[in-house]
Design a protein around this ligand. Structure first.
Ligand code: PLP
Length: 370
Protein backbone atom coordinates (compact mmCIF):
# COMPACT_ATOMS: atom_id res chain seq x y z
CA UNK A 1 0.00 0.00 0.00
CA UNK A 2 1.33 3.45 -0.89
CA UNK A 3 0.30 5.26 2.25
CA UNK A 4 -0.71 8.88 1.75
CA UNK A 5 -3.12 8.51 4.69
CA UNK A 6 -0.85 8.68 7.73
CA UNK A 7 0.47 12.14 8.61
CA UNK A 8 3.36 10.70 10.61
CA UNK A 9 7.05 11.55 10.43
CA UNK A 10 9.03 8.95 8.48
CA UNK A 11 10.77 6.68 11.01
CA UNK A 12 13.91 6.89 8.87
CA UNK A 13 14.10 10.59 9.79
CA UNK A 14 13.95 10.10 13.57
CA UNK A 15 17.24 11.02 15.31
CA UNK A 16 17.93 7.81 17.22
CA UNK A 17 21.62 8.42 17.83
CA UNK A 18 21.21 12.04 19.01
CA UNK A 19 18.44 11.08 21.42
CA UNK A 20 20.47 8.12 22.73
CA UNK A 21 23.30 10.51 23.58
CA UNK A 22 20.84 13.00 25.08
CA UNK A 23 19.32 10.25 27.27
CA UNK A 24 22.81 9.27 28.54
CA UNK A 25 23.56 12.92 29.27
CA UNK A 26 20.22 13.42 31.06
CA UNK A 27 21.03 10.58 33.46
CA UNK A 28 24.60 11.76 33.83
CA UNK A 29 23.68 15.39 34.53
CA UNK A 30 20.50 15.08 36.61
CA UNK A 31 21.03 11.59 38.04
CA UNK A 32 18.05 10.17 39.96
CA UNK A 33 16.27 13.57 39.86
CA UNK A 34 15.55 12.84 36.19
CA UNK A 35 13.69 9.70 37.29
CA UNK A 36 11.79 11.14 40.25
CA UNK A 37 8.43 12.94 40.12
CA UNK A 38 9.02 16.34 38.55
CA UNK A 39 7.81 19.92 39.03
CA UNK A 40 4.21 20.43 37.84
CA UNK A 41 5.26 23.00 35.26
CA UNK A 42 8.02 20.79 33.83
CA UNK A 43 11.77 20.97 34.45
CA UNK A 44 13.38 24.42 34.36
CA UNK A 45 16.25 22.73 32.48
CA UNK A 46 13.88 22.42 29.52
CA UNK A 47 11.68 25.50 29.99
CA UNK A 48 14.59 27.96 29.98
CA UNK A 49 16.28 26.82 26.73
CA UNK A 50 12.86 26.40 25.13
CA UNK A 51 11.96 30.06 25.89
CA UNK A 52 15.35 31.16 24.56
CA UNK A 53 14.87 29.14 21.38
CA UNK A 54 11.40 30.60 20.75
CA UNK A 55 12.88 34.07 21.24
CA UNK A 56 15.75 33.37 18.85
CA UNK A 57 13.43 32.08 16.11
CA UNK A 58 10.49 34.47 16.55
CA UNK A 59 12.01 37.57 18.10
CA UNK A 60 9.78 37.55 21.21
CA UNK A 61 10.93 35.51 24.20
CA UNK A 62 8.20 34.14 26.48
CA UNK A 63 8.66 34.30 30.23
CA UNK A 64 9.27 30.88 31.81
CA UNK A 65 6.03 31.44 33.79
CA UNK A 66 4.13 31.41 30.47
CA UNK A 67 5.25 27.88 29.59
CA UNK A 68 3.91 24.51 30.73
CA UNK A 69 5.56 21.29 29.53
CA UNK A 70 2.88 18.95 28.18
CA UNK A 71 2.51 15.48 26.73
CA UNK A 72 2.16 17.03 23.26
CA UNK A 73 -0.63 19.01 21.64
CA UNK A 74 -3.16 16.22 22.19
CA UNK A 75 -2.63 16.07 25.95
CA UNK A 76 -2.59 19.87 26.27
CA UNK A 77 -5.87 20.13 24.37
CA UNK A 78 -7.44 17.46 26.55
CA UNK A 79 -6.24 19.20 29.71
CA UNK A 80 -7.55 22.61 28.62
CA UNK A 81 -10.94 21.11 27.80
CA UNK A 82 -11.03 19.48 31.23
CA UNK A 83 -10.27 22.75 32.99
CA UNK A 84 -12.11 25.30 30.86
CA UNK A 85 -15.14 23.66 29.25
CA UNK A 86 -18.29 21.99 30.53
CA UNK A 87 -20.28 19.29 28.73
CA UNK A 88 -22.72 20.98 26.33
CA UNK A 89 -20.50 24.04 25.77
CA UNK A 90 -19.68 25.03 22.21
CA UNK A 91 -16.17 24.51 20.84
CA UNK A 92 -15.66 26.66 17.77
CA UNK A 93 -13.49 24.80 15.27
CA UNK A 94 -11.74 25.92 12.13
CA UNK A 95 -13.18 24.06 9.14
CA UNK A 96 -11.53 22.00 7.84
CA UNK A 97 -9.16 21.08 10.67
CA UNK A 98 -7.13 18.24 12.25
CA UNK A 99 -9.66 15.43 12.61
CA UNK A 100 -8.28 13.90 15.80
CA UNK A 101 -8.51 17.20 17.66
CA UNK A 102 -12.23 17.05 16.85
CA UNK A 103 -12.29 13.66 18.59
CA UNK A 104 -10.66 15.08 21.72
CA UNK A 105 -13.18 17.93 21.82
CA UNK A 106 -16.02 15.42 21.38
CA UNK A 107 -14.64 13.31 24.25
CA UNK A 108 -15.52 16.31 26.45
CA UNK A 109 -19.11 16.32 25.15
CA UNK A 110 -18.63 19.69 23.48
CA UNK A 111 -20.86 20.82 20.63
CA UNK A 112 -18.63 21.51 17.62
CA UNK A 113 -19.50 24.62 15.62
CA UNK A 114 -17.48 25.04 12.41
CA UNK A 115 -15.91 28.35 11.40
CA UNK A 116 -15.09 28.31 7.70
CA UNK A 117 -11.62 28.92 6.33
CA UNK A 118 -10.82 29.95 2.76
CA UNK A 119 -7.52 30.22 0.86
CA UNK A 120 -6.39 32.94 3.30
CA UNK A 121 -7.27 30.86 6.37
CA UNK A 122 -9.99 31.15 8.99
CA UNK A 123 -12.48 33.88 8.02
CA UNK A 124 -13.00 36.60 10.65
CA UNK A 125 -16.53 37.27 9.30
CA UNK A 126 -17.36 33.57 9.71
CA UNK A 127 -16.12 33.76 13.31
CA UNK A 128 -18.39 36.77 13.97
CA UNK A 129 -21.33 34.85 12.47
CA UNK A 130 -20.63 31.74 14.52
CA UNK A 131 -20.39 33.82 17.71
CA UNK A 132 -23.65 35.60 16.89
CA UNK A 133 -25.29 32.17 16.52
CA UNK A 134 -23.84 31.05 19.87
CA UNK A 135 -25.26 34.17 21.51
CA UNK A 136 -28.73 33.73 19.94
CA UNK A 137 -28.75 30.09 21.01
CA UNK A 138 -27.93 31.14 24.59
CA UNK A 139 -24.86 28.89 24.71
CA UNK A 140 -21.36 29.31 26.08
CA UNK A 141 -18.34 29.12 23.73
CA UNK A 142 -15.18 29.13 25.84
CA UNK A 143 -12.79 27.81 23.14
CA UNK A 144 -11.82 28.21 19.50
CA UNK A 145 -9.51 25.47 18.16
CA UNK A 146 -7.50 26.33 15.05
CA UNK A 147 -4.24 25.56 13.26
CA UNK A 148 -3.29 28.93 11.74
CA UNK A 149 0.08 27.87 10.30
CA UNK A 150 0.46 25.13 7.64
CA UNK A 151 -2.76 23.61 8.78
CA UNK A 152 -3.74 20.00 8.71
CA UNK A 153 -5.35 19.09 6.25
CA UNK A 154 -4.93 21.93 3.70
CA UNK A 155 -1.33 23.10 4.27
CA UNK A 156 -2.60 26.70 4.17
CA UNK A 157 -1.72 29.46 6.63
CA UNK A 158 -3.83 32.24 8.04
CA UNK A 159 -2.93 35.40 6.14
CA UNK A 160 -0.95 37.86 8.23
CA UNK A 161 -3.51 40.70 8.21
CA UNK A 162 -6.26 38.36 9.44
CA UNK A 163 -4.25 37.36 12.52
CA UNK A 164 -4.81 40.47 14.67
CA UNK A 165 -8.45 40.66 13.49
CA UNK A 166 -9.13 37.14 14.65
CA UNK A 167 -7.53 37.66 18.02
CA UNK A 168 -9.48 40.90 18.50
CA UNK A 169 -12.84 39.20 17.84
CA UNK A 170 -11.99 36.33 20.19
CA UNK A 171 -10.89 38.76 22.93
CA UNK A 172 -14.09 40.81 22.55
CA UNK A 173 -16.22 37.67 23.05
CA UNK A 174 -14.14 36.16 25.85
CA UNK A 175 -13.18 33.13 23.75
CA UNK A 176 -9.79 31.49 24.39
CA UNK A 177 -8.06 30.72 21.08
CA UNK A 178 -6.23 27.39 21.13
CA UNK A 179 -3.54 27.93 18.51
CA UNK A 180 -2.19 24.53 17.48
CA UNK A 181 1.24 25.46 16.11
CA UNK A 182 2.66 22.01 15.52
CA UNK A 183 3.94 22.62 11.94
CA UNK A 184 5.42 26.14 12.36
CA UNK A 185 9.06 25.12 11.95
CA UNK A 186 8.45 22.85 8.96
CA UNK A 187 8.39 25.57 6.27
CA UNK A 188 9.73 24.91 2.81
CA UNK A 189 9.61 28.26 0.96
CA UNK A 190 9.63 31.08 3.53
CA UNK A 191 9.22 31.31 7.31
CA UNK A 192 5.57 31.70 8.37
CA UNK A 193 3.86 34.80 9.83
CA UNK A 194 4.10 35.44 13.58
CA UNK A 195 1.91 33.23 15.78
CA UNK A 196 -1.47 34.46 17.02
CA UNK A 197 -0.11 34.44 20.55
CA UNK A 198 2.21 37.32 19.60
CA UNK A 199 -0.78 39.59 18.76
CA UNK A 200 -2.84 38.65 21.74
CA UNK A 201 -3.80 40.62 24.79
CA UNK A 202 -2.90 38.44 27.81
CA UNK A 203 -5.32 35.59 28.29
CA UNK A 204 -6.69 35.47 24.72
CA UNK A 205 -4.50 32.82 23.06
CA UNK A 206 -2.98 29.58 24.30
CA UNK A 207 -0.42 28.25 21.85
CA UNK A 208 0.12 24.50 21.71
CA UNK A 209 3.62 23.47 20.64
CA UNK A 210 5.01 19.98 20.14
CA UNK A 211 8.23 18.05 19.63
CA UNK A 212 6.28 15.37 17.71
CA UNK A 213 6.94 16.67 14.21
CA UNK A 214 10.32 18.37 14.72
CA UNK A 215 11.90 15.63 16.85
CA UNK A 216 9.93 12.43 17.50
CA UNK A 217 6.24 11.73 18.20
CA UNK A 218 7.05 8.84 20.55
CA UNK A 219 8.53 11.31 23.01
CA UNK A 220 4.95 12.54 23.70
CA UNK A 221 6.33 15.94 24.62
CA UNK A 222 5.22 19.47 23.86
CA UNK A 223 4.46 22.75 25.57
CA UNK A 224 1.75 25.25 26.22
CA UNK A 225 2.51 28.96 25.88
CA UNK A 226 -0.13 31.10 27.53
CA UNK A 227 -0.89 33.71 30.12
CA UNK A 228 0.94 32.87 33.38
CA UNK A 229 -2.44 32.64 35.16
CA UNK A 230 -3.59 29.88 32.81
CA UNK A 231 -0.30 28.02 33.23
CA UNK A 232 -0.80 28.20 37.02
CA UNK A 233 -4.36 26.96 36.68
CA UNK A 234 -3.10 23.92 34.74
CA UNK A 235 -0.42 23.30 37.37
CA UNK A 236 -3.04 23.39 40.13
CA UNK A 237 -5.38 20.89 38.44
CA UNK A 238 -5.68 17.36 39.81
CA UNK A 239 -3.65 15.74 37.01
CA UNK A 240 -0.40 17.56 37.68
CA UNK A 241 -1.00 17.75 41.43
CA UNK A 242 -1.15 13.96 41.46
CA UNK A 243 1.60 12.98 39.02
CA UNK A 244 3.85 16.02 38.86
CA UNK A 245 5.11 17.32 35.52
CA UNK A 246 4.13 15.33 32.43
CA UNK A 247 6.77 13.00 30.93
CA UNK A 248 9.45 14.30 33.24
CA UNK A 249 12.31 12.03 32.17
CA UNK A 250 11.61 12.68 28.48
CA UNK A 251 11.66 16.40 29.22
CA UNK A 252 15.17 15.98 30.67
CA UNK A 253 16.27 14.11 27.57
CA UNK A 254 14.96 16.84 25.27
CA UNK A 255 16.57 19.48 27.50
CA UNK A 256 19.93 17.77 26.88
CA UNK A 257 19.20 17.50 23.17
CA UNK A 258 18.70 21.29 23.14
CA UNK A 259 21.77 21.90 25.28
CA UNK A 260 23.87 19.84 22.85
CA UNK A 261 22.57 22.18 20.11
CA UNK A 262 21.26 19.31 18.02
CA UNK A 263 17.70 20.50 17.38
CA UNK A 264 18.31 23.34 14.91
CA UNK A 265 20.49 21.14 12.67
CA UNK A 266 17.93 18.36 12.84
CA UNK A 267 15.03 20.67 11.91
CA UNK A 268 17.07 22.08 9.02
CA UNK A 269 17.61 18.54 7.73
CA UNK A 270 13.88 17.79 8.05
CA UNK A 271 13.07 20.88 5.96
CA UNK A 272 15.32 19.60 3.20
CA UNK A 273 13.86 16.09 3.31
CA UNK A 274 10.19 17.14 3.47
CA UNK A 275 10.65 19.89 0.88
CA UNK A 276 11.94 17.26 -1.57
CA UNK A 277 8.94 15.03 -0.78
CA UNK A 278 6.48 17.88 -1.20
CA UNK A 279 8.02 18.83 -4.53
CA UNK A 280 8.00 15.22 -5.73
CA UNK A 281 4.34 14.79 -4.78
CA UNK A 282 3.26 18.03 -6.46
CA UNK A 283 5.14 17.14 -9.65
CA UNK A 284 3.60 13.68 -9.72
CA UNK A 285 0.07 15.01 -9.04
CA UNK A 286 0.49 17.54 -11.84
CA UNK A 287 1.55 14.75 -14.18
CA UNK A 288 -0.99 12.07 -13.27
CA UNK A 289 -4.21 13.54 -11.84
CA UNK A 290 -6.99 14.43 -14.28
CA UNK A 291 -7.26 18.19 -14.98
CA UNK A 292 -10.60 18.24 -13.10
CA UNK A 293 -8.66 17.80 -9.82
CA UNK A 294 -7.06 20.90 -8.30
CA UNK A 295 -4.52 21.50 -5.54
CA UNK A 296 -2.13 24.15 -4.23
CA UNK A 297 1.52 23.95 -3.16
CA UNK A 298 1.56 23.84 0.67
CA UNK A 299 4.24 26.19 2.03
CA UNK A 300 4.95 23.85 4.96
CA UNK A 301 3.61 21.00 7.06
CA UNK A 302 2.87 17.47 5.91
CA UNK A 303 -0.14 17.65 3.59
CA UNK A 304 -1.52 18.37 0.14
CA UNK A 305 -5.28 18.92 -0.13
CA UNK A 306 -6.79 17.85 -3.42
CA UNK A 307 -10.19 19.02 -4.65
CA UNK A 308 -11.95 16.37 -6.71
CA UNK A 309 -14.76 17.07 -9.16
CA UNK A 310 -17.96 18.03 -7.27
CA UNK A 311 -19.74 14.70 -7.86
CA UNK A 312 -16.88 12.56 -6.51
CA UNK A 313 -17.21 11.44 -2.89
CA UNK A 314 -13.72 10.71 -1.54
CA UNK A 315 -15.09 8.34 1.14
CA UNK A 316 -16.70 6.18 -1.56
CA UNK A 317 -13.53 6.40 -3.66
CA UNK A 318 -11.22 5.17 -0.88
CA UNK A 319 -11.94 1.40 -1.15
CA UNK A 320 -11.26 1.54 -4.90
CA UNK A 321 -8.02 3.39 -4.34
CA UNK A 322 -6.98 0.91 -1.64
CA UNK A 323 -7.76 -1.98 -3.98
CA UNK A 324 -5.35 -0.31 -6.42
CA UNK A 325 -2.73 -0.10 -3.64
CA UNK A 326 -2.92 3.55 -2.62
CA UNK A 327 -4.49 5.17 0.44
CA UNK A 328 -5.49 8.69 1.57
CA UNK A 329 -7.85 10.35 4.04
CA UNK A 330 -11.23 11.59 2.75
CA UNK A 331 -11.98 15.29 3.26
CA UNK A 332 -15.16 14.75 5.30
CA UNK A 333 -13.04 13.51 8.22
CA UNK A 334 -11.75 17.06 8.73
CA UNK A 335 -15.15 18.65 9.11
CA UNK A 336 -17.47 18.35 12.08
CA UNK A 337 -20.58 18.38 9.86
CA UNK A 338 -19.92 16.09 6.88
CA UNK A 339 -18.74 18.87 4.53
CA UNK A 340 -15.64 18.42 2.34
CA UNK A 341 -16.82 15.18 0.68
CA UNK A 342 -15.05 15.93 -2.61
CA UNK A 343 -11.61 16.49 -1.10
CA UNK A 344 -8.79 14.18 -0.15
CA UNK A 345 -5.76 14.73 2.05
CA UNK A 346 -2.45 13.34 0.90
CA UNK A 347 0.38 13.17 3.45
CA UNK A 348 3.87 13.43 1.97
CA UNK A 349 5.70 12.96 5.29
CA UNK A 350 5.85 9.18 5.40
CA UNK A 351 6.90 8.16 1.90
CA UNK A 352 10.29 8.37 0.22
CA UNK A 353 10.41 10.47 -2.97
CA UNK A 354 10.43 7.38 -5.24
CA UNK A 355 7.04 6.19 -3.98
CA UNK A 356 5.26 9.50 -4.63
CA UNK A 357 5.25 8.94 -8.35
CA UNK A 358 3.88 5.39 -8.14
CA UNK A 359 1.16 6.51 -5.69
CA UNK A 360 0.10 9.53 -7.74
CA UNK A 361 0.05 7.42 -10.91
CA UNK A 362 -2.31 4.87 -9.27
CA UNK A 363 -4.55 7.63 -7.91
CA UNK A 364 -4.69 9.20 -11.36
CA UNK A 365 -5.69 5.83 -12.85
CA UNK A 366 -8.50 5.35 -10.31
CA UNK A 367 -9.80 8.91 -10.81
CA UNK A 368 -9.63 8.74 -14.61
CA UNK A 369 -11.70 5.54 -14.55
CA UNK A 370 -14.65 7.25 -12.77
C1 PLP B 1 -2.50 19.77 13.60
C2 PLP B 1 -1.99 18.70 14.51
N1 PLP B 1 -2.00 18.90 15.83
C3 PLP B 1 -1.55 17.97 16.68
C4 PLP B 1 -1.06 16.77 16.23
C5 PLP B 1 -0.59 15.77 17.26
O1 PLP B 1 0.32 16.40 18.10
P1 PLP B 1 0.98 15.67 19.35
O2 PLP B 1 1.72 14.47 18.82
O3 PLP B 1 1.86 16.72 19.92
O4 PLP B 1 -0.12 15.28 20.27
C6 PLP B 1 -1.03 16.51 14.87
C7 PLP B 1 -0.54 15.21 14.39
O5 PLP B 1 -0.82 14.79 13.30
C8 PLP B 1 -1.51 17.50 13.99
O6 PLP B 1 -1.52 17.31 12.67
Amino acid sequence: MIEFGWGHPDQRLLPVEGLRRAADEALQQAGPAALAYGAEQGPGRLIEPLCARIGRIEGATPEPAQILITGGVSQALDLLCTLLARPGDVALVEAPVYHLALRILRDHALELVPVDADAAGLRPDALEQALAWVQRAGKRAPLLYCVPTFTNPTGRSLQVDRRPALVEIAARHGVLVLEDDVYRELWYDAPPPPPLVSYAPPGTVARLGSFSKILAPGLRLGWLQADAALVRRCMQGGLLDSGGGVNHFTAHVVAEYLRMELLDTHVASLRIAYRARRNALLEALTRYLPASCTFEAPGGGFFAWVRLPGHVDATALLPRAEAAGVSFLPGARFHSNGAGANYMRLAFSLLPVEEMEVGACELGRVLSAL
